[in-house]
Design a protein around this ligand. Structure first.
Ligand code: HEC
Length: 184
């Protein structure tokens, strides 16, 4: 790098070189100082800009207010109660004791409005027998017209709470079965 030396012919080549060298060092020192200041300013600016957001990252979620905590706990126990209500084990709906089969939810909603499902599960009857019980409840106990749901309810009852003798289907006779390929 070239730095002008005051024009004075007395300087030797060596003095000139040394002068140039010291100029160069000073110049680089100034440049480095400027870089340092710019770097520090950049970091400061970034901190001012992003600092608040970063504090949020590290702080974690706000603690819950007592109301929020109560709401969370009650939502959790509601969910647990609902799960308990819906629990099904070995094909039996645990809360009502009803067998889980086609139409069972209709029976659950319709037939537990006035009494426990135990009245249903403890009884056995044919389709007609169940129909008679429904007619009796309609005549004397204020059971409403079941409309379209009646045949579905009766199907469920007759299939799942049939008189014991006819309640169990005969064993399959494997030799009698005509096997066929299921086409999908
Ligand atoms: C409007 C109210 C009501 C509804 C809904 C109702 N029942 Fe009843 N049911 C009664 C009453 C009241 C009794 C008599 C209870 C008693 O004797 O303690 C009864 C008795 C019964 C009995 C016992 C009958 C007997 O001979 O001992 C059965 C079985 C029965 N209900 C089945 C059902 C079925 C199945 C459904 C759904 C289709 C149903 N109930 C819906 C009111 C109702």
């Amino acid at each position: 790098m070239f730095f002008p030396l005051p024009d004075d012919s007395n300087h030797t080549e060596r003095t000139r070189d040394r002068f140039n060298e010291s100029w160069h060092r000073m110049f680089m020192a100034v440049i480095n100082a400027v870089k340092l200041v710019l770097g520090a300013a950049t970091i400061l600016l970034m901190y001012l800009w992003f600092g608040p957001a970063m504090e949020d990252w590290f702080r974690g979620p706000d603690p819950l207010t007592p109301q929020q905590e109560k709401a969370m706990l009650s939502a959790r126990s509601e969910r647990a109660a609902k799960a308990e209500q819906d629990k099904i084990e070995n094909g039996i709906h645990m809360a009502t004791g009803l067998k889980v089969a086609e139409g069972w939810e209709l029976v659950r909603t319709t037939c537990t409005a006035c009494h426990s499902a135990a009245l249903v599960t403890q009884n056995r009857a044919t389709y007609e027998g169940w129909e008679d019980m429904i007619r009796w409840m309609q005549a004397t106990q204020g059971l409403w017209d079941l409309g379209d749901t009646e045949p579905k309810i009766l199907e469920y009852l007759a299939n799942n709470y049939a008189p014991d003798e006819s309640g169990r289907r005969a064993n399959l006779d494997v030799d009698e079965i005509e096997w066929y390929i299921l086409e999908l």
